[in-house]
Every structure is written in structure tokens, then in C-alpha cells.
Design a protein around this ligand. Structure first.
Ligand code: 13P
Ligand code: SF4
Length: 302
């Protein structure tokens, strides 16, 4: 604990001396989320907030695609990620060559890319989406059929809520794909009255037996606003830890899975990143404009 307190103290000093802000995803551990972050949220909030900061340095406490998105919105700022190997099973499930082949196979269908993709895949897409705005983005295109990649389950969960037909890819989040309907049913037996909130990266069968589904920010707001007595957040483990700290009146039942990529970020490597100004995220010049356009189009959809 003493080491963590010392790291946090130095991080707060470095933020001032470097004019840096820390953007942290909801899956970061509480000592990062509550201790040193300036802005916290879901992928959509982090992409939006990255547009509005006047800091010189943005440190992204999250995974690589989130840092790339922040860089796309801030070409002239230094964007740091404390561990460049913090990846994502969804982002790794598809390449720009795969997108080119999909476009050949399904000409004229717009490509909606989840933000959990590389800049190269975003550059080959028409518009991005997150779990918080996927339905709205898909419907904003005004066409009967779209390609939505790479998360098969998110695509199926969105398809269940819209008349737009969705051609999906077979990518999965390694954290959310592991939940099963049986997990939820036994949870309900063991904890009567529990309200079950599932992330839309979960399989549709899991969402079907849950009470509500939404992005991490939507889940956090549900707990804050509706104050359920007992809740289970069917998602990454730190989410419950963080939301529980702000909602002491709610009991959190915790079947959860850890994201090994998110957990690569620690107070110690945040401190090191700010001390050494490493690793700075760069986007290849030829990808920059088309990838940024896909993110901007998403942010322009209300
Ligand atoms: P959201 O925070 O946008 O819901 O995304 C969840 C996720 O898995 C990000 O890695
Ligand atoms: Fe990727 Fe899933 Fe980890 Fe999010 S939780 S970073 S989607 S592997």
C-alpha cells in the first residue's frame, strides 16, 4: 500500500508538471479509477472527452485502441499508454485485409466498426460505434443492411433491437463470451431479487436472461439512478469495485471475469509513463485521415 500511495502521489505531481490528464476506462482498478484519473467513463465518453481537453499530454489508462482513438482526436498532443501491449481480443480478431474482403463480398453495404478495432480497420470503415450508441449509429445510415464488425454478439444484440439487417464478423470479447445463461440462472437462485445488468458484448442468450443491457457507463448510471438493493454487473471485475465505491447502499453480487489487457495498466507503469513520456502512440500517416473520419462521423451522430 505504501508503494501504491507513493506512486499515486508522484503521479499527481507529474500530471501538474507535464500538464497531463489521465483518461481511465471503467475497467481500470479503483486505485487508478478513483485515485489518479481525471476523466473516467465508457469507450464513447473517453472518445468524446479526448476531443475537449486542453492538456498537452493525455495518458490513456485503458487498452491500445482507446489510446489510438484519443490520438486520432488529438494529432498535436502527446498520447501515452503505460503498456503498449494492452490489446483487446476484439481488435485482434480482424485486419484491414479482412474488411477489404467483406467489402468485396457485400458491395454497397456500409461498414460500421466497433471502436474496439485498430486504426487500420477504422480507416477501412465508414463509421465507428461503441456499445453505447451502436443501434443509433446503425440506424443513422438510413440503409436496410450494414456490415458491423468485429463483435458477433454485439451485432446480434443490436440486430434484435432494429429492423436494419446486420452482417456480422466472428470476433468475441474474451471477457464477456465466457458468461453463460446458466451463470445467470444460478445467480438468481442464490441471490433472490438480484437485478442483472449484462454488457452487450455478452452472448445474446445471456442478455436474454438478464434484466437490462448497456455499455459500462449505462450500467453505472442504472445503479446510480435506480439504486437497486442488489445488483450483478455481468462484465469485467473492476466495474463492480468502482461502481460499488460510489453506491454504498447497493449490494454487489460479483460473478465477473478479468480482462488481462486492462489489468496490464498499473499505478506503477502510469508513473513510469509520465516520468519517461513513454509509450507515445503514433498512427501511420496514411491511416490518420480515414480513421479519424470514421470516429468523427460517429461523434456527429446524436
Ligand atoms: P464500453 O465501456 O464502451 O461499454 O466498452 C466495454 C469494453 O469492453 C471496452 O473494452
Ligand atoms: Fe477487449 Fe473485452 Fe478486454 Fe474490453 S474487456 S478490452 S472488449 S478483451
Amino acid at each position: 500500500w505504501a508503494v501504491m500511495e507513493e506512486d499515486a502521489r508522484i503521479i499527481l505531481e507529474l500530471k501538474k508538471s507535464r500538464n497531463a490528464v489521465i483518461l481511465a476506462h471503467n475497467y481500470q482498478t479503483p486505485e487508478i479509477f478513483h485515485g489518479v484519473a481525471d476523466i473516467v467513463g465508457d469507450s464513447l465518453a473517453l472518445a468524446r472527452e479526448a476531443q475537449h481537453t486542453d492538456a498537452d499530454v493525455i495518458l490513456l489508462a485503458g487498452v491500445h485502441f482507446m489510446a489510438e482513438t484519443a490520438k486520432l482526436m488529438n494529432p498535436d498532443k502527446v498520447v501515452l499508454i503505460p503498456d503498449a501491449a494492452a490489446g483487446c481480443s476484439l481488435a485482434e480478431s480482424i485486419t484491414s485485409e479482412d474488411v477489404a474482403l467483406l467489402r468485396q463480398k457485400y458491395p454497397d453495404r456500409p461498414v460500421v466498426a466497433y471502436v474496439n478495432t485498430s486504426a487500420a480497420v477504422k480507416a477501412m470503415s465508414d463509421v465507428c460505434c461503441t456499445s453505447g450508441n451502436a443501434k443509433v449509429v446503425v440506424e443513422s445510415l438510413g440503409v436496410p443492411e450494414v456490415i458491423m464488425l468485429p463483435d458477433e454478439f454485439l451485432a446480434q444484440n443490436v440486430a434484435a433491437q432494429t429492423d436494419v439487417k446486420i452482417i456480422a464478423w466472428k470476433g468475441h470479447c474474451e471477457v464477456h463470451e465466457r458468461f453463460t445463461p446458466d451463470d445467470i440462472l444460478s445467480l438468481r437462485q442464490q441471490h433472490p431479487g438480484v437485478v442483472v445488468l449484462a454488457h452487450p458484448e455478452c452472448p445474446p442468450e445471456v442478455v436474454a436472461v438478464s434484466d437490462f443491457s448497456g455499455s459500462t457507463a449505462v450500467m453505472a448510471n442504472y445503479v446510480k439512478d435506480l439504486k437497486p438493493a442488489r445488483v450483478a454487473l455481468i462484465t469485467e471485475c473492476s466495474m463492480s469495485d468502482n461502481v460499488a465505491q460510489s453506491n454504498p447502499g447497493t449490494e454487489f453480487v460479483r460473478p465477473c471475469n478479468l480482462c488481462p489487457h486492462m489489468k496490464r495498466i498499473t499505478l506503477s507503469n502510469i508513473r513510469k509513463a509520465l516520468e519517461e513520456m513513454q509509450t507515445s502512440v503514433e498512427i501511420p500517416a496514411e491511416l490518420f485521415a480515414p480513421a479519424r473520419r470514421s470516429v468523427e462521423r460517429m461523434l456527429a451522430v446524436k
